[in-house]
Write a protein that binds this ligand. Sequence first.
Ligand SMILES: [Zn+2]
Length: 125
Amino acid sequence: MNQSKLTAQELREFRKQLESLVARLNGGVAELRDATRGPKREGDLPPEPADRQGDPSSHTAEEELALVLMGTEETVLAEAKAALARLERGTFGRCEVCGQPIARARLDAIPYTPLCIDCARKATR
Ligand SMILES: [Zn+2]
């Protein structure tokens, strides 16, 4: 297992990554909200038949994608903020469930993840 402890330099790098991620998502989430709630601009989307309202399975592909992205981005934003809080507390890089160090490669890929790979696999089951 990778038990390597993160250095102060590495923690600074992760903080920078997380801070820019939070800044970007703060803007991005607002934009996506506008896209899904605001009036549709002409030419952006194909016209929608009125009888499709209320059926969640009948969103247009564009709407579906925007909703998925919004959900994901809001989740990521919340997790990135939580990760910054863990940086402050000095618990960054440890799994919130089992307390084991999160593998460095996983942190590089997903710096805001609160879970080690084992717990993440369990959580998605
Ligand atoms: Zn774990």
